[in-house]
Design a protein around this ligand. Structure first.
Ligand SMILES: Nc1ncnc2c1ncn2[C@@H]1O[C@H](COP(=O)(O)OP(=O)(O)OP(=O)(O)O)[C@@H](O)[C@H]1O
Ligand SMILES: [Mg+2]
Length: 429
C-alpha cells in the first residue's frame, strides 16, 4: 500500500499547486470576459479597435487553462499508475513467495490460506487508512491556505479601538508625515506638515502625482502614515477607532463611485445606511451641489435607478454624476469635508455654484474643508493654499502671498489666466 499512498500524496500536492496556477489564469480570463462584455468599456474598446486583441488573449488564456487541466490529469494518472504497479508487484511477490513456501513444504496449507486471508484483510484495512490519511492531508492543505488568508485579512481590517474620534474637530495637525504605497520605492508623501483649523477652507494644488489625493486620504484616516503623525485635537488618528474617524469625514473622491442604486440612495448612502434618509437634508444637499435639476429630469426623480445594468435604469453624464457625488458629501454633513477635484467634469456655471455652496455653507461654520483643484481660479478665496511637489509642500499661504512669492503657484496661476486672456484677445480681434 505504501507506493499507492505516496502516489496519492504527491498527486494531491500537484493538484493543490495546479489549482493555484489555474485560479490565477481563471481570474485573468474573467477580467478579459468582463472587459469584453461590460457596457462601460464597449465604446472605448470599439474606438481603440481592441476587441480582437482582447478576444485573442481570452482564447490564449482559456487554452492555457485547458493545458493545465490536461497536464494535471496526465500527471495524476501517471502517479496513480506507478503507485498501483509498484504496489501490485509487491503484492505479486508476496503471493509468489507464499506459493514457493507451500510448494517447498516450508509452510502447511492451512497456514498458507491463513496468510492469504491476512494479506487481503490487511490490504483492505490499509487502503481505508491511506484513503483517510490522504483525505486529511488534502484538507489540511486547504485549511492551511484558508488560515493564512484569514490572518492576512485580519491585518487589513479597519482598526477597532476604544478611543473614538471627537464629534467636532477643532484642529487637524500633520507633523512630518511620510507615506509610501506598498511596493513603491519613493514615498508619495515626504515630511508633510500642516495645521488645519475649524472653519478654514484650504486648497491643495500641484502637478499630477504630487501627493494631493494621498494627503487627503491620510487626513481622513484612510491611510496611516509610516512616519510622523496626524492628530485631531491633539490625539493621534492612528490610535482612534477607524470607523469613528471615517464617520467624521465627508470625502468626495476624484473618481466617485456610481452606486447602482436609486438617486436618493446615491445621495444618502454617505451616512452608512440604505434604509434611512432625511429627505429635507437630501434636498438641501442636492440644491447646494446643483444635482436638484439632474434629479428633477429623471423619469422617476428620486426613485430612479441609476444604472443601465438593470431594466428601467438611467445613466448620467460625468458632470451629473459629479453633482450627485458632491451632494453625497454634503449630505453627510461631517466636520471634515475633503473634495478631490469635485468639479473637474462640471460646466463652468455648475462649478462656480458648487464652490459658492462649499465656501459659504452656513450649515457648518466650524467645518474644516480641503479642496483639491487644478483650476486655480477656484482656490483663490481659500484661507490657505498648499502647493505639492513630489510628495512635499513647497509653498503655502494665501493666494496673495503666493502670487507675491512668484514661485510655482504664481507661474501656474499666470499660465491659466493667460490662457483665457489669449482667447478673449483673439475673439475681440
Ligand atoms: N493606490 C496607489 N498605489 C500605488 N501608488 C499610488 C496609488 N495612488 C497614488 N499612487 C502614487 O502616489 C503618488 C501620488 O499620487 P496622488 O494620487 O496622491 O497624486 P495627486 O497629486 O492626487 O495627482 P493627480 O493630480 O493626478 O490627482 C503618485 O506617484 C502615484 O503614482
Ligand atoms: Mg489626485
Amino acid at each position: 500500500m505504501l507506493p499507492v499512498g505516496v502516489a496519492a500524496v504527491r498527486s494531491t500536492r500537484a493538484r493543490f499547486h495546479s489549482f493555484r496556477r489555474w485560479n490565477a489564469l481563471q481570474r485573468r480570463v474573467r477580467l478579459f470576459s468582463w472587459l469584453l462584455l461590460d457596457r462601460d468599456s464597449a465604446a472605448e474598446l470599439r474606438s481603440d479597435t481592441a476587441q480582437r486583441a482582447l478576444l485573442d488573449e481570452h482564447h490564449r488564456l482559456t487554452e492555457r487553462i485547458a493545458e493545465e487541466d490536461t497536464r494535471l490529469g496526465v500527471h495524476s494518472a501517471v502517479l496513480a499508475l506507478t503507485g498501483r504497479t509498484v504496489g501490485g508487484v509487491g503484492t505479486g511477490i508476496t503471493y509468489v513467495a507464499l506459493g514457493l513456501m507451500l510448494v517447498a513444504g516450508w509452510m502447511p496449507l492451512a497456514a498458507g490460506a491463513g496468510a492469504v486471508l491476512a494479506v487481503q484483510t490487511a490490504q483492505t484495512a490499509l487502503t481505508r487508512f491511506t484513503d483517510t490519511a490522504h483525505l486529511v492531508y488534502e484538507h489540511a492543505m486547504w485549511v492551511d491556505d484558508l488560515l493564512a488568508f484569514q490572518e492576512r485579512c485580519r491585518g487589513l481590517q479597519p482598526r477597532r479601538r476604544e478611543l473614538t474620534a471627537p464629534r467636532t474637530v477643532g484642529t487637524i495637525e500633520l507633523r512630518n508625515v511620510t507615506y509610501s504605497y506598498p511596493g513603491k520605492d519613493s514615498p508619495a508623501l515626504d515630511g508633510v506638515s500642516m495645521t488645519l483649523r475649524a472653519g478654514e477652507t484650504v486648497a491643495f494644488v500641484g502637478v499630477n502625482g504630487s501627493g494631493k489625493s494621498t494627503c487627503s486620504k491620510v487626513i481622513a484616516g484612510l491611510y496611516d502614515p509610516e512616519a510622523g503623525a496626524v492628530r485631531w485635537d491633539g490625539v493621534v488618528v492612528a490610535e482612534m477607532d477607524a470607523e469613528s474617524v471615517q464617520a467624521r469625514v465627508s470625502m468626495v473622491l476624484q473618481d466617485p463611485l456610481h452606486y447602482p442604486f436609486s438617486a436618493l440612495a446615491n445621495v444618502t448612502i454617505s451616512r452608512g445606511t440604505l434604509t434611512e434618509a432625511e429627505p429635507d437634508k437630501a434636498l438641501e444637499a442636492v440644491v447646494a451641489s446643483g444635482a436638484d435639476r439632474v434629479i428633477a429630469g429623471l423619469p422617476g426623480t428620486w426613485t430612479t435607478l441609476l444604472s443601465k445594468r438593470f431594466r428601467g435604469g438611467e445613466e448620467l453624464s460625468a458632470g451629473q454624476w459629479a453633482k450627485i457625488a458632491v451632494a453625497r458629501g454634503l449630505y453627510k454633513n461631517a466636520p471634515v469635508l475633503l473634495l478631490d477635484e469635485p468639479t473637474a467634469s462640471m460646466d463652468p456655471k455648475a462649478e462656480h455654484a458648487v464652490y459658492q455652496a462649499v465656501l459659504h455653507d452656513t450649515r457648518r461654520p466650524d467645518r474644516i474643508t480641503v479642496l483639491i483643484s487644478h483650476r486655480l481660479a477656484s482656490v483663490v478665496d481659500c484661507d490657505r493654499i498648499y502647493v505639492f511637489d513630489n510628495g512635499r509642500i513647497t509653498e503655502s499661504g494665501s493666494h496673495q502671498d503666493l502670487m507675491e512669492l512668484g514661485g510655482s503657484y504664481a507661474e501656474m496661476f499666470t499660465l491659466q489666466a493667460e490662457g483665457y486672456q489669449v482667447r478673449t484677445g483673439k475673439e475681440a480681434s
